[in-house]
Design a protein around this ligand. Sequence first.
Ligand SMILES: Cc1cc2nc3c(=O)[nH]c(=O)nc-3n(C[C@H](O)[C@H](O)[C@H](O)COP(=O)(O)OP(=O)(O)OC[C@H]3O[C@@H](n4cnc5c(N)ncnc54)[C@H](O)[C@@H]3O)c2cc1C
Length: 458
Amino acid sequence: MMQVVSRALGGFAGSTAIVGGGVLGLTLALRLAQRGERVTVFERAPNFGGLASAWTLGGVTWDRHYHVTLFSDAHTRALLRDLGLEDDLRWTTVGTGFYTDGRFYPMNNALDFLRFPPLGLLDKMRLGYTIAAGSRIQDGTPLEDIPVEDWLVRRCGRKTFEKIWRPLLLAKLGERYRDASAAFIWAIIVRLYAARRSGLGAERFGYVPGGYARILTTLEARLRQHGVELVAGAEVTSVRGQPGGDGIAITLAAGPPRTFERAVLTTPAPVAASLAPDLSVDERTRLTSKIYGGIICASLLLDHPLGPYYVTNLTDEWVPFSAVIDMSNVVDRTQWNGGALVYLPKYVRPDDPLFEEDDAAVEARFLSALERMYPNFSRERVQAFRISRVRHVFPIATLRYSQQLPPIATSVPGLLLLDSAHIINGTLNVNETLALVERGLAALDALPRFVASQLGEA
Ligand SMILES: Cc1cc2nc3c(=O)[nH]c(=O)nc-3n(C[C@H](O)[C@H](O)[C@H](O)COP(=O)(O)OP(=O)(O)OC[C@H]3O[C@@H](n4cnc5c(N)ncnc54)[C@H](O)[C@@H]3O)c2cc1C
């Protein structure tokens, strides 16, 4: 069969183009190259890594968005094992806090929970039961039919929803939380409970010294060893099937077009729709109808940690960011020359005016809020401040999400779609992203027969 296809496709037979050099595109490239296939990865940015990429902040190179690996992240750990980095993972348990009505409260164990003043005992029991029972639900599909607010209010009551859940949903999804199904919150509960179980009681969070910069450098070196062509700073402008199913033509913003036997788009769904005009109307609708969340994520290098919590959840709506992530509670500060790294993420819609606001205005507002929240904090302690903006981070798990997935193998012979829009009832994290790689490989394995049938040879 392969000879038939090879004959039909000429010199580019057996070649695969991957558009998007994030963790997904790079890992798919690695798996294909390990099978001896010819692979080229096109990445628009000057560096690889996408959402997991690193940058430099005040002389420190670290992840531009906060990243931890959970003890239970089997796919992530398998990749790190393959790269010879798994044994380097450093694990720790972390503290979680709540900032509510102008005060900080720990939320690390049952006692903290019982002492948490904003809720009465009955409310707490209902909340605790909802989380414990939710973690035992095996299949979240039926929850896709229920709006997340309805599910939570029914189980926990209106007061707990307003005091706890609504601010957390607003923090993660903005006002679009109203479109999310109960499967969204279920997926978060399950992920955090999985960590707790596999971490022998307490949640264990890990990182590789050197951060994602080191993981990505190791991955890139491994890809080059396998002969993968890595092309950074290469914006793909269109991906089109050749007449007669004769390969896939890729055009770039700069440089000559290239032809491959097959191509995999790993970009966010709306970007994929704009790059591939030959997709069917149904395929395009499935891509463009996804409701994406975006992010404005500030990184601050400080002289000292802000407090004892890795994550501080915020329920006071005046605070201009969604949470406080104090990475110093996970990562040894020697990694940053003794400094402390804090992230202030704000989850927003892709068309939020914050994307246009200049950095100085965002910085001033964020620092004022920190000064109001933390009496020991003053802006003189900030050694460096940098803002990352991404319009399309992840699609919101809307009602009946799994019935509206884009296909992986498309109607365009040789063209595949694979991105976070294919994560069903899960949250966005590297582990879920890497789980997609297996699905991509399976779809690619099925492809030669499909291409041959398009050529009338099946
Ligand atoms: C704030 C934040 C915190 C996170 N925290 C964690 C965490 O603690 N733990 C965890 O496991 N995961 C975390 N994640 C999730 C993790 O980063 C993602 O799961 C993962 O990086 C997704 O990889 P990807 O390759 O699917 O997508 P992306 O990283 O989005 O990759 C897509 C790539 O396509 C490229 N591209 C787009 N258009 C074109 C074009 N026209 N031509 C060429 N290239 C193009 C983009 O530049 C990008 O590099 C976090 C994410 C964010 C945003």
